[in-house]
Design a protein around this ligand. Structure first.
Ligand SMILES: Cc1ncc(COP(=O)(O)O)c(C=O)c1O
Length: 425
């Protein structure tokens, strides 16, 4: 029996389902990580994997990035928690404000879910309205307002509305099909109680689904014309698509933005930012309450400052390299699947991609749900056996990092070759 298997059996006795987040479980048992570096994770059985899960997108710069580690090590000698303001919080906030022109003020939190929860409360406080609109398949964290027709682990586990979630809350969440701005317009025009619209500008929680041309500019126009705040959930796309996120790439200015993942390069830090008049509603100055003991803790803040500074410094090389590598990888995988006559789609952009086993384009929740997830599961397990770790669900995304080398790509293509052959059989 492998050490991971033994540990999983032990884990199940004290941790529900043996994991601390549902997406981490896969059959027959997840591998238990021992250490990581650059592009790799080693498990407790000393097996090495090329990591394309990459902390679900957080590790844009790779594992244990030296600039981040040295900033954090320095901070550890100064203190890890003060719960009184620090100069470094100002430095980080200024960096975020300068990278994201739509953000005039920003509050630091710990997780993406906390950021979207605060963004929604701010939108409600600002408009004094109740309902929010989200898009089918977008995942914004595990809280009641947004756990409705959500992607990621909730789609993977077939949970459209969670047990224990309150109907009174979820009935105030209206759901619109992704890439359907006409439906959004119809719902907003019929409903005068809309507090905000929240969207992943690139849908990275149903596999990868790209916004169709004009979708984002149309929803920006509709929300502006109707005085409805637009929230861009850039938890995945922030810093990953460009130093100023998807909003810089698509040239759209939302009213509120949420950031997490790549902001902290593996440390728990997130942010919610936006227009001054909205952000100033936060307590204690305003009446929208938000608080957290660990918010803005100096350890995570030092990691985030180092991450943004590193990204800003290397941006000219970073994004073009990631895109080039992504194109190499996806084209090679596409060729293999085509030669094998496996019906498939590959959606990709920047440093993210996903393959779907279907002959129809994947453009929304339904088309992603209709792809053959069993084939995906089989491919995942063969990739893993061949030393390549991608997120274990059709409804996640393959993430490249700055640490991947050409040799890693070649080895990954070989692993996909084996995995796709087994999918065919
Ligand atoms: C787009 C998006 N928003 C919010 C979240 C929630 O972030 P966290 O898991 O840090 O709470 C996620 C997590 O994957 C996400 O992908």
């Amino acid at each position: 029996m492998s050490k991971s298997q033994k540990l999983f059996n032990e884990s199940k006795k004290v941790i529900p389902s043996g994991v601390n987040s549902p997406v981490r479980y896969f059959e027959p048992y997840p591998f238990f990580a021992k250490k990581s570096n650059g592009a790799y994770i080693w498990d407790e059985d000393n097996q090495r994997y090329i990591d394309f899960c990459n902390g679900y997108g957080a590790l844009l710069l790779g594992h244990r990035r030296k600039e981040v580690l040295s900033a954090v090590s320095k901070q550890l000698t100064q203190g890890t928690m003060f719960c009184t303001p620090t100069q470094s919080e100002i430095e980080l906030s200024k960096l975020i404000v300068s990278n994201f022109p739509s953000i005039q003020k920003v509050r630091l939190v710990n997780t993406g879910g906390e950021a979207t929860m605060t963004a929604i409360r701010l939108a409600r406080g600002f408009t004094k309205k109740k309902k929010i609109i989200k898009f089918e398949g977008c995942y914004h964290g595990a809280h009641d307002s947004v756990l409705v027709k959500a992607g990621s682990g909730s789609a993977h586990n077939g949970i459209s509305v969670s047990d224990g979630g309150l109907d009174e809350v979820s009935k105030n969440t209206l759901v619109v099909q992704y890439n359907n701005s006409e439906e959004l317009e119809r719902i907003i025009s019929k409903n005068k109680d809309i507090a905000g619209v929240i969207v992943e500008p690139i849908l990275a929680n149903m596999g990868l689904i790209l916004p169709e041309k004009n979708f984002l500019s149309e929803i920006r126009k509709i929300t502006k014309d109707n005085d409805v705040p637009l929230i861009f959930d850039e938890v995945v796309t922030g810093f990953r698509i460009s130093p100023g996120g998807a909003q810089q790439h698509f040239r759209i200015k939302p009213d509120i933005t949420t950031l997490a993942k790549a902001l902290g390069s593996g440390f728990a830090v997130a942010a919610v930012g936006g227009k001054k008049e909205i952000m100033d509603l936060l307590s204690p100055g305003g009446k929208v309450y938000q608080a957290s003991t660990y918010a803005g803790n100096p350890t995570s803040v030092s990691a985030a400052i180092a991450s943004i500074k590193t990204i800003n410094k290397i941006k000219n090389k970073l994004y073009s390299k990631l895109e080039k590598y992504n194109i190499m990888l996806t084209h090679a995988i596409d060729d293999i699947a085509t030669d094998l006559k496996i019906p498939h789609q590959i959606n990709f952009t920047s440093s993210m991609f996903q393959i779907f086993f279907t002959d129809k384009p994947v453009v929304d929740y339904i088309s992603s749900m209709n792809a053959d997830a069993k084939k995906f599961k089989k491919m995942f397990s063969i990739l893993l056996k061949n030393g390549v770790f991608i997120a274990p669900s059709q409804f996640e995304v393959v993430f490249l990092s700055d640490a991947h080398t050409k040799t890693d790509l070649e080895n990954t293509i070989n692993a996909y070759d084996v995995a796709l052959k087994s999918v065919k059989n």
